[in-house]
Design a protein around this ligand. Structure first.
Ligand code: PLP
Length: 385
């Protein structure tokens, strides 16, 4: 336990909640949590399932209709070779990643990932006993995820590459040609590409995100995809994610799951089937709203003296470089985040959590009014410091 740390994003959320409970009007740019309601069709299907007594254990790896619907979605949209037997429904994307980490990583192996990276990747790698190898991405380059530096980091002990496009926290993406180059290099070396596509649908300015699943038919032993209902469908509390990929990996993850959580929640899975089948209009509306918020937030951040902000190409986070504002008693992003929360009741996540000592992360999964008010407060705060 000494080798891993509590999720820093959850810590910020906890402190923000504490302040809210005391009646402080907190503007929360911290949590990566959509402010939209879950799709009505999902709520209705789950309600019906509950009322009908669909409240028992299910098969450990998920209800057949959800596994089939997931496989069908990846076959249809990306030509993936997977069928229901190649899928596992998990307790959140986090569950899928954790099980995949335990199944694949072990002491003496290395896992390559681009950095800054989502908080849990590094901790999960360490928890499994392996060593993370971080490959930097650069704000001046829009945090683009490029194959070459990742391939250069592959070595004899590399077990996997974790790809997270669109990336939390940077908003960086990988272009399809770069993804192909990376997957080819990994396939040659027997290395798995674990592609976390939690933010797959949230891309902007006409970018076509695609999925590593599009390469799975060609490289069936190499490509594994993790996804989640949390962000795409604003279903965070339902705790539903999934893993699709090479059968031995999916089976191993299912075996771990059988001893950890067993099946994901029965009636929640019924809701997920309905979301996959009938929530496209809601998803499209959310994407359009995120795009508008992104414009608003990036424009406000760029107005701040000493702050630089790459426009995120995907996900729903801005990751401004605030190093130009760090000195004196605000010498780290953590100092800035803590003071901003205490003085102006604005929650952001300090970059250290993601492996950066120059950035903070602001989620724009909150209303435009909250964004405007929050940025007024940030301006006031920086004018004082
Ligand atoms: N992967 C990334 C990159 C994330 O940002 C998150 C959540 O913040 C997850 C996975 C896991 O989400 P969940 O467990 O809610 O599906």
């Amino acid at each position: 336990m000494e080798s891993i740390a509590e999720s820093a994003t959850l810590r910020v959320t906890r402190r923000a909640l504490e302040l809210k409970r005391q009646g402080v009007p907190v503007i929360d740019f911290g949590a990566g949590e959509p402010d939209f309601a879950s799709p009505a069709v999902a709520v209705e299907a789950a309600r019906e399932a509950l009322a009908a007594g669909f409240t028992k254990y299910t098969a450990n790896n998920g209800i057949p209709e959800l596994r089939e619907a997931l496989a069908e979605r990846y076959r249809r949209d990306f030509g993936a070779p997977w069928d229901a037997a190649d899928t596992l429904v998990t307790v959140g994307g986090k569950g899928a990643l954790f099980e995949a980490a335990l199944a694949l990583f072990e002491a003496g192996t290395e896992v390559v990932l681009h950095s800054p990276a989502w908080v849990s990747f590094v901790e999960q790698i360490r928890f499994a006993g392996a060593t993370p190898v971080a490959v930097p991405t650069d704000g001046a380059d829009g945090f683009a995820i490029r194959a070459e530096p990742l391939v250069a980091a592959l070595g004899p002990r590399t077990r996997a590459v974790i790809l997270n496009s669109p990336c939390n926290p940077t908003g960086g993406v990988i272009e399809p040609a770069e993804r192909r180059r990376l997957v080819e290099a990994c396939a040659e070396r027997g290395i798995v590409v674990l592609s976390d596509e939690t933010y797959e649908r949230f891309v902007y300015d006409g970018f076509e995100p695609g999925s590593a699943a599009a390469l799975a038919a060609e490289f069936p032993d190499t490509v594994a995809v993790v996804g989640s209902f949390s962000k795409t469908y604003a279903m965070t509390g339902w705790r539903l994610g999934f893993l699709l990929g090479p059968r031995p990996l999916v089976d191993a993850a299912a075996c771990i799951q059988s001893h950890a959580t067993s099946n994901a929640t029965s009636f929640a899975m019924k809701g997920a089937v309905a979301a996959l089948a009938g929530a496209e209009a809601e998803v499209a509306a959310m994407i359009a709203e995120y795009a508008a918020r992104r414009e608003l937030l990036v424009e406000r951040l760029r107005r701040l003296p000493g702050v630089r902000c790459a426009a995120p190409r995907g996900a729903f986070y801005a990751f401004p470089d605030i190093s130009g504002r760090l000195d004196g008693d605000l010498s780290t992003p953590t100092d800035l985040a803590e003071r901003l929360l205490e003085e102006e009741a604005v929650a952001v996540v300090a970059g250290e959590a993601f492996g950066s000592d120059r950035h903070v992360r602001l989620s724009f999964a909150c209303s435009r009014a909250a964004l405007a008010e929050g940025m007024d407060r940030v301006e006031r705060f920086l004018a004082r410091h």
